[in-house]
Design a protein around this ligand. Structure first.
Ligand code: ZN
Length: 165
């Protein structure tokens, strides 16, 4: 069991697109286990590679039904609208109501390199979108409208000032 430090807002690794995973080797298994340990320790419902400084297209999640590892995800069939108070382990302590599609379809691979295909709704669909955004260098703040984004940046500045005191 190894808990890795979680990168927070301002770290450039969170703004870069992560690379496809090509090798299902022991390092990948170790990374997935560390990411699950880190997610449960935080605690959170999802964690993406860049959040532990790894530029690979992998995320882990558990919405209360056990641990899952998702590799090279592709989302499609975005449907509906759903408002949800969204937070992020890389933007600790702050939450915003964000509207995103209610349903998505996920195609990806698991840790055994088997293809997985999931129709997701509500919270699961939200986790898939949030974590896939991380793999594209997009943070939840980037999903806010300009006015709320400005307020969010102000809150983040104030928070980092407090942290430095
Ligand atoms: Zn996040």
């Amino acid at each position: 069991m190894a808990i890795r430090p979680i990168r927070v807002f301002g770290d450039p690794v969170l703004k870069q697109r992560a690379d496809e995973i090509l090798n299902w080797d022991d390092n990948l298994k170790l990374l997935a286990q560390d990411m699950l340990d880190t997610m449960y320790d935080a605690p959170g419902v999802g964690l993406a590679g860049p959040q532990v400084g790894v530029q690979k297209r992998i995320f882990v999640y558990d919405i209360g039904q056990g641990p899952n590892v998702v590799i090279n995800p592709v989302l499609s069939q975005f449907e509906g609208e759903w408002d949800y108070d969204e937070g992020c382990l890389s933007v600790p302590g702050l939450y915003w109501e964000i509207q995103r599609p209610k349903r998505v379809h996920l195609e990806a691979y698991n840790l055994e390199q088997e293809k997985i295909s999931i129709d997701a709704d509500e919270l699961l669909a939200r986790v898939f979108q949030h974590e896939t955004d991380h793999l594209d260098g997009i943070l939840l703040i980037d999903r806010l409208d300009p006015k709320r984004r400005k307020q969010a940046m102000k809150s983040l500045r104030e928070q980092s000032l407090q942290d430095n005191v």
